[in-house]
Design a protein around this ligand. Structure first.
Ligand SMILES: [Zn+2]
Ligand SMILES: [Zn+2]
Length: 329
């Protein structure tokens, strides 16, 4: 089969690879499309010690079951391969399973014509579901899981909150779209890339350049979602959040920082972390995407898998307005 293989720092090769083995309890999928995630970019930069080259990356996908009784059925997947028996798994909090692995990390991923995966990881989708909607399930579930955690921490219903999302990448944009669909009348994004600001505005969302923003915006938001996760964005998030508000940390570009513990304490800020999604979140997200809750996803771009190396470079250089590029084998 053909695959896009991460071969070393900033190096992607489109080449022939052996067809994947299918172990006991596994199924073979023919990949329809797979999205490039921020974590794939992170690996490509050589910054992820868990993703060791040579490796087929990619964990956001829609595909078709290749063989067996349900051959031809379209599905998406939970990319986290979990043990199913630990306390977290039993509670349905699979994202915290300490024995978890992940496709595109501890086993080959979806930037290929075919991929094998445990049958227990399959997530059913309506068979008429659009390719973009289905392929966006994973990042949209990340946004949904994060907003569910926020909802539990906010003093008032989410719909009443003034929401600021930092970073108009896919997860930031999806979080903003979901917040709006959840009734938030005031949702804005802070994004330094003008192309991405324009894309967010194309979805009817307000997008501001944080470098040009007046100080009056500080301390205004009941909920601030940091979908970047750098030292600068964490500082900006803590400035933006209102006393008694919630600061949700989603992105993880780098992790060394000092937090203003004085403001956190005296202003009674709730600081939350979030990691991926549970199987229940993925199922709920499929229903939401299919119902159009996240809009038409016109901002998603599709390219051929053979052009994957250039897609990584374009994303790195900020040359595309698309917050998500799907690669189609
Ligand atoms: Zn992802
Ligand atoms: Zn487990």
């Amino acid at each position: 089969m053909k695959a896009l293989v991460y071969t070393g720092e900033r190096a992607m090769r489109y080449r022939d690879e052996p067809d994947p083995d299918t172990g006991a309890g596994e199924v073979l999928l023919r990949i329809e499309a797979a999205g490039i995630c921020g974590s794939d970019m992170h690996a490509w930069h050589g910054h992820d010690p868990r993703r060791v080259p040579p490796l087929i990356l990619g964990h956001e996908l829609v595909g078709t079951i290749e063989a067996g009784a349900d051959a031809g059925t379209r599905v998406t997947v939970n990319p986290l391969i979990t043990c199913g028996v630990c306390d977290y798994c039993v509670q349905g909090r699979q994202n915290l399973c300490s024995r978890r692995g992940m496709i595109g990390m501890t086993r080959p991923g979806a930037f290929a014509q075919r991929m094998s995966i445990p049958r227990s990881s399959l997530i059913d989708i309506p068979q008429d579901m659009g390719l973009r909607q289905a392929a966006l399930t994973e990042p949209a579930a990340t946004a949904l899981h994060a907003l569910n955690l926020c909802q539990r921490a906010l003093a008032r219903p989410l719909g009443e909150a003034r929401v600021r999302v930092i970073g108009a990448g896919a997860v930031g944009l999806l979080a903003a779209l979901l917040a709006r669909a959840s009734g938030c009348a005031q949702v804005s994004l802070a994004e330094t890339n003008a192309l991405r600001r324009a894309a967010a505005e194309g979805c009817g969302l307000r997008a501001v350049d944080p470098r040009a923003e007046p100080e009056a915006e500080e301390g205004r938001f009941e909920l601030v979602i940091d979908a970047v996760g750098s030292r600068h964005t964490r500082e900006a998030a803590l400035r933006a959040v209102r006393p008694g508000g919630v600061f949700m940390h989603v992105g993880l570009q780098d992790w060394a920082s000092e937090i203003d513990m004085r403001k956190l304490t005296l202003a009674e800020i709730t600081l939350l972390g979030t990691y991926t999604y549970t199987t229940a979140d993925l199922r709920a997200t499929v229903r939401a995407l299919h119902a159009g809750v996240f809009g038409d996803l016109a901002w998603v771009e599709e390219r051929g898998l053979e052009e994957g190396a250039k897609a990584f470079e374009d994303l790195d250089q900020g040359r595309t307005p698309a917050a998500k590029i799907l690669l189609r084998p």
